[in-house]
Design a protein around this ligand. Structure first.
Ligand code: UGA
Length: 434
């Protein structure tokens, strides 16, 4: 099939590349000239495992092309994906100006039947708005489909190629058939394409992310309570996770969820509720708990150092909001670093992929070092913020040799309490006996 993908960000690039991988001819459109130039030369601007291999292969095969011209993309594609940003407005709602702006441009150019597929995370009712906006200008028939994406950063290629489900929101049989044809190669394992109305599809995306954020937040609260009563969150997690109704995944406590999706989507659903006179009390609590969880290590650090962090140096391992990404949006590490800087501490930080992004944000306010062991040299403590695999089995001797005193604050519960006791390291984690 011939596909156009508007927006060559994270979702657009993965979508375009993976659709090309199954033999479709894909044209990706972006307004950013230099990005399009780099992409056309085979440069992938984001870190996403396996994407570069697929990208390279499909560019060489001529199935994946880039342009700044919406007209060219529209003429090419029978299915037009919108993979545009919906950033957070100041009041928490999703900013639809990119989506609706492009819808207007599409309307002005449309002269034959196309299916416009919304992949962006958008509030309930957006498909209708997109349809109305295009219809104002279009002179031909078209359909608008809501097709939310459930990709996880770091696993996006795998998630796209082997999705657990595809959600298609549409009331047009013609559009549904096209979508089924397009996604057939990805659901051969028997996973379903779930067809529903547009509004339910739009809400499915917000409900999924908000549910997962709530699940994590609930565990974070149980972990905080464990600390009060002397229980162990690891035991509780295993104890409840073996109940298949609860499930083992997304039960890992830590210093809160971050990233470009959960924080924004929970707030947007909360705000959408308000706009429809519905008060999502549970989401209000999730937002507040997560805000405080991001700095859950701070009181522990302050207690240890008698509230005097001025001129203390902290090694930070992990800056990305989670492993396998260079994304630092809403990363808990940054919230903690900001608090530590406010209290006069010095920071020596290391992350396997996110250093460039952090350098842009902090300049020389923090010291970015090139290895994890360099970070601990002469530091007063090590703080772990992201569970990169490389941090899971470190050389504890090197850590102890580097640190002024053997002391670790672990926001991701990487180490076994028993193992760490043997190393004679003072260790503070989340929801376990310190
Ligand atoms: C999330 C969803 O998982 C995807 O399905 C969705 O498509 C995506 O948002 C999106 O809306 O685009 P992502 O933000 O890449 O994906 O990251 P996750 O792997 O879901 O992790 C989100 C946050 O939760 C991270 O900060 C992670 O550290 C935290 N987390 C996750 C926990 O604190 N505990 C857990 O047990 C699991």
């Amino acid at each position: 099939m011939k596909i156009a993908v508007i927006g060559s960000g994270y979702v657009g690039l993965v979508t375009g590349t993976c659709l090309a991988e199954t033999g479709n001819e894909v044209v990706c459109i972006d307004i950013d000239k230099s990005k399009v130039q780099k992409l056309s030369m085979g440069e992938v601007p984001i870190y996403e495992p396996h994407l570069d291999i697929l990208f390279d292969r499909n560019i060489k095969a001529g199935r994946l092309k880039f342009t700044t011209s919406l007209k060219e993309g529209l003429e090419h594609g029978e299915v037009i994906f919108l993979a545009l940003p919906t950033p957070e407005e100041e009041d928490g709602s999703a900013d639809l100006s990119y989506v609706l702006g492009v819808a207007e441009d599409i309307g002005k150019l449309l002269n034959e039947y196309k299916v416009i597929v919304d992949k962006s995370t958008v509030p309930v009712g957006t498909a209708e708005k997109v349809r109305d906006t295009i219809a104002k200008y279009a002179t031909c028939d078209f359909d608008v489909v809501s097709n939310p994406e459930f990709l996880r950063e770091g696993f996006a290629v795998d998630d796209f190629l082997k999705p657990e489900r595809i959600v298609v929101g549409s009331s047009s049989d013609r559009a549904i058939e096209l979508m089924k044809k397009l996604y057939k190669p990805f659901v051969r394992s028997g996973n379903p394409i779930i067809v529903m109305d547009e509004k339910s599809a739009e809400l499915t995306k917000y409900a999924a992310n908000s549910f997962l954020a709530t699940k994590i937040t609930f565990m974070n609260e149980i972990a905080n309570y464990c600390e009060k009563v002397g229980a162990d969150i690891d035991k509780v997690r295993i104890g409840i996770g073996t109940d298949s109704r609860i499930g083992k995944r997304f039960l890992f406590p830590g210093i809160g969820y971050g990233g470009s999706c959960f924080p924004k989507d929970v707030k947007a659903l909360h705000k959408s509720g308000k706009n429809s006179q519905y008060d999502f009390k549970i989401l209000d609590a999730v937002i507040r708990v997560n805000d405080s969880q991001k700095i859950a290590l701070l009181p522990k650090i302050n207690t240890y150092f008698n509230n005097n962090l001025s001129n203390k140096t902290f090694a930070i391992w992990g800056l990305a909001f989670k492993p396998e990404t260079d994304d630092i949006r809403e990363a808990p590490a940054l919230y903690l670093i900001d608090e530590l800087l406010k209290e006069g501490a010095k920071i020596k930080a290391f992350d396997p992929e996110a250093m460039k992004n952090v350098a842009h944000k902090y300049g020389d306010k923090i010291d970015l070092v090139t290895t994890m062991y360099e970070a601990v040299q002469n530091a007063d403590a090590l703080i772990i913020c992201t569970e990169w695999s490389i941090f899971r089995t470190p050389d504890f001797n090197k850590i102890k040799e580097g640190l002024k005193t053997p002391l670790i604050f672990d926001g991701r519960n990487l180490y076994d309490i028993v193992d760490i006791e043997k190393e004679e390291i003072s260790y503070f984690s989340i929801g376990r006996k310190d």
